[in-house]
Design a protein around this ligand. Structure first.
Ligand SMILES: Cc1cc2nc3c(=O)[nH]c(=O)nc-3n(C[C@H](O)[C@H](O)[C@H](O)COP(=O)(O)OP(=O)(O)OC[C@H]3O[C@@H](n4cnc5c(N)ncnc54)[C@H](O)[C@@H]3O)c2cc1C
Ligand code: FES
Length: 339
């Protein structure tokens, strides 16, 4: 134990391990703390430090505003590690009834496979030193020896023994992208931490379901769709998958299996080159996936909606479906890939 952290408002004193973030320590202790990205990008884990000091993983994290910084006592729990005992005033959130979120842990892992699906997107398989329990739709933080920490979502619903799969797109000049695509080779070790994320599948619903993926948002949406189809209950499940170009639509065979298990699958791309050919899931619709969903479903009040993909796409969907439409905000579950 390196520090005792008092979470004021939660009536709780938590042991925080060496180089453990406040967020992980609090979640591990079962506190209902608000968070979304666990990566410093969204600001939803903002808290106040009342007493003591912390070390910050990412000084310029965009989750803190200039106003927060001027106040001097605001921090992001996902980016802060106490350097001694401290008192934190953190808001709380409510976890859905009946859901048990697995506590985030650290795992030793090694790269067991990296299969290129397009020129910049690959299916990564990691072997872990222990089996990982997670809810479909959750993500892990990948950590390099040099301290890069980035979030990636599991691409299947349940642990496949000790192997876990991810779909990752390389961002030009991105630090993690360079590490994962150019430096890491088969058998190399890395640490992963999690599971994190609250945009997980809510099975046993009697509401129709829409699952909407943009780009590598496909990973958590595959996990959620597969899980909901095997749990059953929902009267229908429509799966929308969007990409910039039709050549970027990947894992079509897995999408086909989901169609055969009962999902109605629709593919969208902003640019069409005929790359999908006469695949059984063709034709690919031309345009933005969000516009296709909005056109197909002028009424969304009865739906459960799962969204994952680039932050811009998810924000546009929230504007169209919740603010501009009648979707119920508490039945929209979203994962913004803040990159
Ligand atoms: C919840 C979630 C799930 C995600 N799931 C996936 C997925 O399944 N597949 C996928 O391809 N991508 C996913 N991403 C995006 C992914 O985490 C990376 O952002 C992306 O791979 C680009 O990282 P990069 O390091 O290559 O690029 P960079 O441009 O180097 O970094 C990306 C972003 O990380 C942030 N950043 C910069 N410096 C730091 C720092 N010191 N510490 C912490 N953050 C910093 C900045 O916001 C930056 O824009 C997810 C993101 C989130 C938040
Ligand atoms: S900034 Fe901490 S959860 Fe997003």
């Amino acid at each position: 134990v390196s520090a005792k952290v008092t979470f004021a408002g939660h009536d709780s004193v938590v042991d925080c391990g060496h180089r453990e973030t406040l967020l992980r320590a609090g979640l591990r202790a079962g506190l209902q703390l608000p968070y979304e990205c666990a990566s410093g990008g969204c600001g939803s884990c903002r808290a106040q430090i009342v007493n003591g000091e912390v070390e910050t993983l990412w000084e310029d994290a965009v989750g803190l505003t200039e106003r927060d910084r001027r106040r001097g006592n605001r921090l992001l729990m996902c980016q802060s590690m106490p350097t001694g005992d401290c008192v934190i005033k953190a808001p709380s959130t409510s976890i859905p009834e009946g859901v048990e979120e697995p506590a985030p842990e650290r795992f030793a892992a090694h790269l067991a496979g990296r299969e290129l699906l397009t020129s910049d997107t690959a299916l990564f398989t990691l072997e872990l030193d222990a089996s990982l329990r997670f809810l479909p739709g959750q993500f892990m933080l990948f950590e390099s020896d040099s301290g890069i920490r980035r979030a990636y979502s599991m691409a299947h619903p349940l642990g496949k023994g000790s192997a876990v799969e991810f779909v990752i797109r390389a961002k030009p000049d991105g630090a993690a992208s360079k590490w994962l695509f150019e430096e890491l080779t088969d058998g190399d070790a890395l640490t992963i931490e999690g599971p994190y994320g609250r945009a997980y599948a809510r099975p046993n619903t009697t509401r129709p379901v829409l699952c909407v993926a943009g780009g590598t948002g496909l990973a958590p949406i595959l996990a959620i769709t597969e899980h909901l189809l095997s749990a059953g209950g929902q009267p229908s499940l429509h799966l929308y998958v969007g990409a910039r170009a039709d050549g970027d639509l990947v894992l079509l065979e897995r999408l086909l299996q989901l169609r055969d298990s009962g999902a109605l699958v629709s593919l969208s791309a902003e640019q069409l080159s005929g790359a999908v050919g006469d695949h059984p899931l063709a034709p690919v619709r031309n345009g933005l996936v969000i516009e296709h969903v909005a056109n197909d479903w002028p009424q969304l009040a009865k739906h459960d909606i799962y969204l994952a993909g680039p932050a811009g796409m998810v924000d546009a969907a929230l504007r169209a479906f919740v603010r501009g439409g009648d979707a119920k905000a508490d039945r929209v579950f979203f994962d913004r890939f803040i990159a």
